[in-house]
Design a binder for this molecule. Structure first.
Ligand SMILES: Cc1cc2nc3c(=O)[nH]c(=O)nc-3n(C[C@H](O)[C@H](O)[C@H](O)COP(=O)(O)OP(=O)(O)OC[C@H]3O[C@@H](n4cnc5c(N)ncnc54)[C@H](O)[C@@H]3O)c2cc1C
Length: 187
């Protein structure tokens, strides 16, 4: 939940393909489940007057085989759609932009950008994209799917237990999330 000053923006995760089921149970049932999860907002869920207030953002993780054509380069989500897992999609998009600036500034300055120049951007950014998407899918399949499909109290996976026990280990995910696997610097 994000405090936007005069309203709360809330994310409510549902397994893919279950929106109709959720709607079928009716808006009052949906309001109740939000209130159960965030009791402090229980007296405000009436603000959800209709399903119009609830937007579906479908999560997908994929990438183009080729990020460029003559005169066109796709970067960020246009080249590789990112899931919200880890909150790294924006980092990756900005890093693509920095890599593109570093690799294309000189050819753009002389007005001669070749397909090879564009391919250099894809070549540089493909590996961090693949690795980051693989990590997102791992967390999605091993952690989030388990949580969504279970009503029992779950025990955290070993990796999470280790992070809780040894604080210095938390630097690893912090670095991966904050800086990514191939940080870019403006040259
Ligand atoms: C539900 C959800 C939650 C997410 N949460 C996070 C998070 O917390 N942290 C994080 O880092 N990432 C998150 N992500 C991923 C993140 O949103 C994307 O990876 C990131 O926004 C990609 O940035 P981008 O600039 O490439 O594309 P976008 O942010 O999609 O920007 C593209 C822009 O182009 C505009 N546009 C489209 N067509 C046209 C047109 N024809 N003419 C002009 N403009 C146009 C769009 O309006 C948009 O503003 C989330 C993704 C989803 C689906």
């Amino acid at each position: 939940m994000l405090n936007r000053g005069d309203y709360w923006q809330c994310g409510f995760v549902i397994p893919k393909g279950t929106l109709d089921q959720l709607r079928g149970k009716g808006l009052p049932a949906f309001r109740e489940s939000v209130a159960r999860l965030a009791p402090f907002a229980a007296n405000r869920v009436g603000e959800l007057h209709s399903w119009e207030s609830i937007k579906l953002l479908t999560v997908q993780v994929d990438r183009l085989l080729q990020w460029h054509r003559p005169g066109l380069l796709c970067i960020g989500d246009a080249a590789h759609a990112m899931s919200p897992v880890g909150g790294v999609g924006i980092n990756l998009a900005i890093q693509d932009a920095v890599a593109a600036a570093n690799l294309l500034a000189a050819p753009l300055r002389i007005g001669q950008v070749t397909t090879e120049d564009l391919h250099r951007v894809q070549h540089r950014r493909m590996w961090p994209t693949r690795l980051t998407q693989r990590m997102q899918l791992f967390i999605q399949n091993r952690v989030i799917r388990r949580v969504l499909s279970s009503t029992d109290t779950l025990t955290p996976p070993l990796a999470v237990k280790l992070l809780a026990r040894f604080p210095f280990l938390r630097r690893i995910p912090a670095r991966l999330i904050g800086m990514g696997v191939r940080p870019e610097h403006v040259r």
